[in-house]
Design a protein around this ligand. Structure first.
Ligand code: ACO
Length: 361
């Protein structure tokens, strides 16, 4: 068991006396991202659909996205992100003892993309599996990895989010095809209790504890129809279904929008305040990048300043499970996130699913 229990000097013990301490099992030791080189600007869609750069920017905040060229598997897209995250953590691939890979666009039906990534990294022995929670996938994977570390099953887990939606969208449906991009992000989650390679979770004499403070996950299966890609055992491919484009992603945009705004605000508030912190204490909100208007509405509902809601949806579109780790990696690279930043992650996606994590970077 690697858990570390310590007094957190900043927790608001007065408001929630039951939570005056934080229990930390793991912390993020490094992050990495990778997107395809091919840039698809909004003008691409305007060239063959009834849409415009102005409509897409105005309604979504997206200016461009990246799409793979030809056939690329999720593990191939993830490999450079994973290698970067491992190097930033000061580790070598062979020191990773678990891979949890969030994706809904895996290399194959099976084996998992986690196993394909293991093969690409030239490692074996640790556990490896995929997680399907659509746009909430990375948060689900991170919480799962934290639990694996808490149970002593792993010490250094590679947590990946990678998706290639350019292969599952209907390129003739203007309501959905403009929204999604391909990409991959990864973090290395290490046991917090001290490690010869990655050090301890506690930074400095002030007792500031780095790591995952709290998390929550949820799902409501009554929402399966509002966002889905009907391809699988319940919707097998037939010549007819292929001709009618029946297997592409479908979405009730307005409904998803409303649910996402409400749920993201709720789970952020809950994961922060139920653990004795206040919204003001959080330095950055790193939420799934689906749409700028969703993120702005979430921020407004929470009453937090715009600059605390990090965004890169303008450049990558909605990269599903990859969006949060891509944003984390960019923020780490740019020096926005520094050791000790208090960060709230949150996501909402198909299922419907949602999840939030409060952590100190
Ligand atoms: N260009 C021009 N017009 C368009 C486009 C387009 N690309 N897309 C839709 N329209 C039209 C519609 O056809 C409709 O026209 P009509 O009134 O003649 O029927 C009109 O615009 C309004 O359509 P709405 O769907 O009501 O537009 P809205 O303002 O809601 O914006 C959007 C659509 C951007 C999809 C928005 O609903 C949204 O962002 N929803 C959430 C999407 C999302 O976050 N999805 C990911 C969830 S996470 C995951 O798990 C994948």
């Amino acid at each position: 068991m690697n858990a570390e229990l310590a007094q957190n000097p900043e927790a608001k013990g007065d408001k929630h006396e039951a939570f005056p301490v934080v229990s930390v099992n793991s912390r993020i030791a490094g992050s990495g991202m990778h997107v395809p080189e091919r840039v698809i600007p909004n003008s691409h869609f305007a060239s063959y659909l009834e849409t415009s750069d102005e409509w897409i920017r105005d309604r979504t905040g997206i200016s461009e996205r990246r799409w793979v060229e030809g056939t690329v598997g999720a593990s191939e897209l993830a490999e450079p992100a994973a290698r970067r995250a491992i190097a930033r953590a000061g580790l070598k691939p062979e020191q990773i003892d678990g891979i949890v890979f969030a994706t809904v666009t895996p290399d194959y039906v099976f084996p998992s993309s986690a196993c394909f990534l293991q093969q690409r990294l030239g490692i074996s022995g640790g556990l490896a599996f995929d997680v399907n929670a659509v746009c909430s996938g990375f948060v689900y994977a991170l919480v799962t990895a934290d639990a694996l570390i808490a149970k002593g099953l792993c010490r250094r887990v590679l947590v990946v989010g990678a998706d290639i939606y350019s292969k599952i969208i209907n390129h003739n449906d203007r309501r959905t095809c403009v929204l999604f991009g391909d990409g991959a992000g990864a973090v290395v989650l290490v046991a917090a209790g001290g490690d010869e390679a990655t050090g301890s979770a506690v930074t400095g004499g002030g007792g500031m504890i780095r790591g995952i403070y709290a998390s929550e996950l949820g799902a409501d299966g009554s929402g399966t129809d509002i966002l889905c890609t009907p391809m699988g055992t319940a919707a097998p491919a037939t010549p007819d279904s292929l001709l009618t484009d029946a297997h592409y992603l479908r979405m009730e945009g307005r409904e998803v929008f409303k649910l996402a705004v409400r749920r993201l605000a709720e789970i952020n508030q809950h994961v922060i305040e139920a653990n004795g912190f206040s919204l003001e204490q959080v330095d950055y909100f790193v939420s799934h990048q689906a749409n700028r208007r969703i993120l702005q509405a979430m921020g407004k509902n929470l009453g937090i300043p715009d600059e605390k809601v990090l965004m890169n949806v303008e450049r990558y579109g909605n990269t599903s499970a990859a969006s949060i780790p891509i944003l984390l990696a960019e923020a780490e690279e740019q020096g926005t996130l520094t050791k000790g930043s208090l960060v709230a992650l949150s996501a909402f996606g198909g299922g419907v699913t949602w999840g939030a994590v409060l952590l100190r970077w």
